[in-house]
Write a protein that binds this ligand. Sequence first.
Ligand code: GLC
Ligand code: CA
Length: 539
Amino acid sequence: MKWWQTAVVYQIYPRSFQDSNGDGIGDLQGIISRLDYLEQLGINAIWLSPVYQSPNDDNGYDISDYEAIMEEFGTMADMDQLIQEADKRHIKIVMDLVVNHTSDEHRWFIEARKGKDNPYRDYYVWRDPVAGDVPNGLRSTFSGSAWEFDEESGQYYLHLFSKKQPDLNWENEQVRQEVWKMMNFWLEKGIGGFRLDVIDLVGKLPDQSITGNGPKLHEYLQEMNRNTFGNYDVMTVGETWGATPEIAKLYSDPKRDELSMVFQFEHIGLDQQPGKDKWDLQPLQVNELKQVLAKWQTSLGNEGWNSLFWNNHDLPRIVSRWGNDQQYHVESAKMFAILLHLMKGTPYIYQGEEIGMTNRPINDISEVADIESINMYAERLAAGYQKEEIIAFINAKGRDNARTPMQWDETENAGFTTGKPWLYVNDNYKKINVSQNLTDNNSIFNCYKTLIQLRKDNPIVVWGEFELVTDVPEPIFAYLRHHEGISWLVVANFGEVEQQLNVSNYTTYTKLLISNYSKIQTNLSELILQPYETFAVQL
Ligand code: GLC
Ligand code: CA
């Protein structure tokens, strides 16, 4: 058994969590000042989005010095203090590790750019033009070609993200050595592990237009494990957009000595038109969601470990996305919480999710800070889309939805800052905030807190076998957990109309564990579920 198998992780996006000095930007002292709140919630680890030195082209995911702290966030002394203060509260700090690329302002790239003979040249991926044009058709996730021309040397460099995020050349052994050294610098500080940013890209073969899941990917990860965290009791979670259960086992089978677990995104893509971009939406089919999540719950077995999440800093807020953030705000936010937290795996809570924070709609592109949305807007405008249409894409899927400041209380700027926040605060902060949640026993926060406690108290939540209940109408997502002769039933109604549950096999239960409506009938087979009604019972 590993500590991270029983843990609940909380993701902090430092820029938007808590400002301590009135400059409108969240910082490390701000996080320290809120650790008691996180202890109260009951989480065991914090995944800290990048806090390293960065010109912030992609909010810290473009790192110019891995061993320095971004000035706006504080100092290395603040970072050490955060690790210590968290430790006092039994909370580990998991660092974001962004090593597919650096910033173009990293000293390696500044050197590399100086010319073909520079010793750092081969730290990055350079190619000659082909027929006076880009080497091939590889595209950047942030729109346009993934190749940027460098006038000086007449070559192109690869950037799978922004131009200011040149890709590192992992085939160069020296690059890998530098990465291991840097990781050890952090491990020696006593951190709790790493979240590995777009790690499935590091084995890329750009000449063959292969980006994800390249042939040497797992070799590199085993080398990483041996040279860095293999000897530490830490957790590692890889961001792997292209993972299937078979691929996830390659990463997380304990026998292979790679990572603890990965983030898979199959469920996240279900409201996207097949073969199209993230912006091209289609309605979610609940049956598909059930199939996908059930597949992940059952297929890893002992050869892997799941992560469980609805949200992160790249995704819209789940309560706005697949729930109802108006009429059934509390009910649907709790539905997603209960459904996910009673599954098998390590749950992740993204800041503000525990109080039901919602998307923040915009009317004009000038309100957007995120490079991905800004670039897409320009690209699609040029391609002939209407402005209104593109704004609707951004309101549905734009990353700023998750990045608005944390809503702490009813005071100006939601208690996030005394200055001008770097990104607008959601208008609904007077209704949706931490202080309100803490005073209300039936709040979303208290639902999350109860779920975390249920996980701590009941091995069935961590270890139980998962079984999907299939004889229920489509809008109902129901599953069982079984462990040492005990069974739990979890039922969620995704619909906005009443639904008869109709389970024939389980008519009674012995204990109500959690629910989002005040009471439920004792006879389960006749039970009528209200909109978003969700509960868990011991049979
Ligand atoms: C990951 C991060 C995202 C970032 C990208 C490039 O997907 O989660 O925020 O923009 O990698 O580093
Ligand atoms: Ca600040």
